[in-house]
Ligand binder design. Structure first.
Ligand code: NAD
Length: 292
């Protein structure tokens, strides 16, 4: 190389190395996220992803013990100043409104809602009681409506836009056997997101969906009695389930809570500033390959 060119390259490499060493601004610094179901597997992983990017996080859940445990872990890793908890049942209108007041009191407002609190259930249609049907609709469909409506109310006062991320399910797109109540409720979440995206767009409010396929790691859903009710589909041995899901996926990979958190981070951050009303399936390719 001619001398000057070699010098230029060396100079450029040194400048680049300096840049690499400089602390990078965190992409969610100064933002506040309310995460429903924040004491669960996907909710806590999402909260942690946001904390890593500098956000303040309010974990909202009905499970006080799990809330305290999650908050302890996160405050140890980050700081007490950036993690708070609130007991909130997403099916109770007054509790949802109160929770937003708590976020405002603790952090001064809210910029991101992750609507994620949920359950799973299973029953053939003939055995789906009205109670089971209503439970699914109430927590999943109505719960997502209530927390989003209040987010809109707060965003409209703040006049700074906002991001809403729904954690729905691939079962909101594809039917699953003996789960009509769950699948229908999840489908309604996805369509609610589309409707809210249209309504929110003029005010800079973006609404998007992450659809997980089975996430066994860390999920309390997979530890409950729900699977026992699906023994006809999955058998009684739960140990092979993770492998079953992995094997049937295109990518032959298990979906982890951290994978959902990554998509939820993308949809909450400015990285996705041109996306609204959209869905990211985090499913290792399952939705397009095979449905069960
Ligand atoms: P999880 O059970 O670990 O977490 C769910 C959390 O929601 C729990 O902490 C629970 O206490 C809370 N919750 C339940 N009802 C509530 C209510 N009425 N009000 C407030 N909080 C309530 O489960 P997860 O796997 O983390 O699931 C999170 C979301 O992801 C759910 O909406 C679920 O349907 C969806 N999802 C999960 C999977 C999976 O395989 N894990 C697959 C597809 C979709």
């Amino acid at each position: 190389l001619p001398e000057q060119e070699a010098f230029d390259i060396e100079y450029w490499l040194l400048e680049e190395a300096k840049l690499q060493r400089m602390p990078k601004p965190k992409s969610l610094a100064g933002r506040v996220a309310l995460v429903t179901g924040g004491a669960g597997g996907i909710g806590s992983a999402t909260a942690e992803r946001y904390l890593r990017e500098g956000a303040c996080v309010m974990l909202a859940d009905i499970d006080d013990a799990a809330l305290a445990e999650t908050a302890e872990i996160l405050t140890e890793r980050y700081s007490k100043d950036v993690v708070r908890t609130v007991n909130m049942n997403v099916t109770e209108e007054a509790a949802v409104i109160d929770a937003y007041s708590t976020v405002a009191a603790e952090f001064g407002g809210v910029d991101i809602l992750v609507s994620n609190a949920g359950i799973a259930s299973s029953a053939p249609i003939e055995e789906t009681t009205l109670e089971l049907w209503n439970k699914n609709m109430s927590i999943l469909s109505t719960g997502y409506f209530l927390v989003s409506r209040e987010a809109f109310n707060v965003f409209n006062v703040q006049k700074m836009g906002g991001a809403i991320v729904f954690v729905a399910s691939k079962n909101g797109l594809a039917a699953s056997p003996n789960a009509s109540a769950y699948c229908t409720a999840k489908a309604s979440e996805i369509h609610l997101a589309r409707c809210l995206a249209l309504e929110g767009a003029p005010s800079g409010i973006r609404v998007n969906v992450v659809n997980p396929d089975a996430v066994l790691k860390g999920s309390k859903i997979w530890q409950g009695d729900w699977l026992d009710q699906r023994a006809d589909t999955y058998g009684t041995d739960k140990s092979g389930l993770e492998e079953m899901y992995r094997e049937r996926s295109m990518l032959k990979r298990s979906v982890l809570p951290e994978d959902i958190a990554e998509a939820a981070y993308f949809l909450a951050s400015d990285l996705s500033s041109k996306s609204t009303g959209n869905i990211i399936n985090v499913d290792a390719g399952n939705v397009q390959a095979f449905t069960r």
